[in-house]
Design a binder for this molecule. Structure first.
Ligand SMILES: [Zn+2]
Length: 216
């Protein structure tokens, strides 16, 4: 299945400039892992950002500008492993994690129903975003629920349908505050997604009963 749902230009530009929060950035990285078109767009944004920065530097160049520029080049950027005190990633049988996600710690799975689990993903920032893997087996629809804030989703495996669209491996979805929906797994395979949400889920019906246990 080819990729049909991509992050918006605003989200990709935010990713390229580092303005996007950590959890959403990770969902974009999972999409980029499979999407050469968006990788190209991100490269373009990075080049444009670099060019704008170069213009600014030139305009404001003082006596010590060259020395400061050289100092920043000589100072090596910290490796991702040094910034995140993450444990060794736990392999989850049957799920191939994109490298950006595999480098993070994925916590223990919590089973919340037959074939349904959530596993928290370690964040590099305590900024309120909840980032986690969700697995839902074939033939299962999520309970109807609403969103208290934005949520980003990257499909890692399988597919789901939502609001008239089908999302397969590599597809990206962004929902806003106020959306109420009940996505359902599509096809013959379990669906595994990486989700990052702010503000949590507004549970209705059945989900309200299990929400305290799954922490979404
Ligand atoms: Zn894309």
């Amino acid at each position: 299945m080819s990729i049909r749902h991509h992050p918006t230009e605003v989200v990709l530009a935010g990713y390229a400039s580092g303005a996007l929060a950590d959890g959403p950035s990770l969902t974009v990285a999972c999409h980029l892992d499979r999407c050469p078109a968006c990788r190209g767009r991100v490269r373009l944004f990075e080049q444009v950002g670099g060019a704008l920065l170069a213009d600014t530097d030139q305009a404001a160049m003082g006596e010590d500008a060259l020395a400061r520029a050289l100092a920043s080049i000589e100072r090596p950027a910290p490796a991702p492993a040094q910034r995140a005190s993450s444990p060794a990633p736990q392999p989850i049988s049957g799920v191939v994690l994109p490298s950006a996600l595999a480098r993070r710690g994925v916590g223990a799975r919590r089973w919340v129903g037959p074939g349904i689990w959530v596993a928290p993903v370690r964040s590099n920032a305590a900024d309120g975003w909840r980032t986690y893997l969700l697995r839902v087996p074939k033939g299962v629809a999520m309970p109807h629920h609403g969103h208290n804030g934005p949520e980003f989703t990257a499909v890692l495996q399988g597919a789901f349908h939502d609001e008239g669209s089908v999302y397969g491996p590599g597809d990206f979805s962004e929902s806003g505050e106020g959306l109420e929906h009940h996505p359902a797994v599509e096809g013959d395979e379990a669906c595994v997604c990486l989700l990052s949400g702010l503000g949590g889920v507004k549970a209705t019906g059945l989900l309200r009963l299990v929400q305290p246990f799954i922490g979404v």
